[in-house]
Write a protein that binds this ligand. Structure first.
Ligand code: CO
Length: 210
């Protein structure tokens, strides 16, 4: 059997198991979704959003990209954000990075990797802001892991700079923004940064008329 054929077989078994546990499972699931959370995570295969938070289908709206970035010109991310905030009405947005992130590691290196260089440039910009603290660290792993934390913090701040979040904060007093980092070694998530609704932001990025 080919690798992808096993996926389809496993899917059939999973569907059957779910229906045996609860015959109404897919009927209920197909009706609607009302997730409370938007998860912005890394594409890394070792950090599956539902699994590490023990949540079920329907509980979490998910966007993943390399190194869990919030890039203000990324139409994909912005569309997910707008839909999650304005239509689904999520109460919490979680930007979840992970220690040992390959994207962050690559951004600290001087190797060109092709097209992805353009994406990783956004992480190099975060490195530039915190250069002194990162350069003072003893080894590459420590540098990567500290930049992972700074990157999560920066991406949460990038969320707060969007008109989508500022509008929702002003009119609906939500969502709460969270910056978390997942440990591949122990499976534990560490909260590293936090922006409750209406946290003051750098005035440069503040919109007054929304
Ligand atoms: Co990663």
């Amino acid at each position: 059997m080919k690798a992808h054929e096993k996926l389809l077989l496993e899917n059939k078994a999973w569907s059957l198991e779910k229906q045996q546990d609860d015959p109404q499972y897919f009927l209920k699931m197909a009706k609607d979704q009302k997730p409370n959370f938007l998860w912005i995570g890394c594409s890394d295969s070792r950090v599956p959003a539902n699994e590490v938070t023990n949540t079920d289908p329907g509980e979490m709206f998910v966007h993943r990209n390399i190194a869990n970035m919030v890039v203000h010109t990324d139409l994909n991310l912005l569309s997910v954000l707008q839909y999650a905030v304005e239509v689904l009405g999520v109460n919490d947005i979680i930007v979840c990075g992970h220690y040992g992130c390959g994207g962050v590691k690559a951004a600290l290196s001087h190797q060109s990797l092709g097209l992805i260089d353009k994406w990783l440039r956004n992480i190099k910009d975060v490195y530039r802001i915190h250069r002194d603290e990162i350069d003072a660290l003893p080894d590459d792993d420590a540098k990567t892991n500290r930049l992972v934390e700074f990157n999560v913090q920066e991406q949460v701040m990038n969320l707060a700079k969007t008109s989508i979040i500022q509008h929702a904060w002003k009119h609906n007093k939500r969502p709460h923004l969270h910056g978390w980092v997942y440990g591949l070694n122990d499976g534990i998530i560490k909260p590293v940064f936090d922006m409750p609704p209406n946290t003051p932001i750098d005035p440069i990025f503040q919109y007054d008329n929304i």
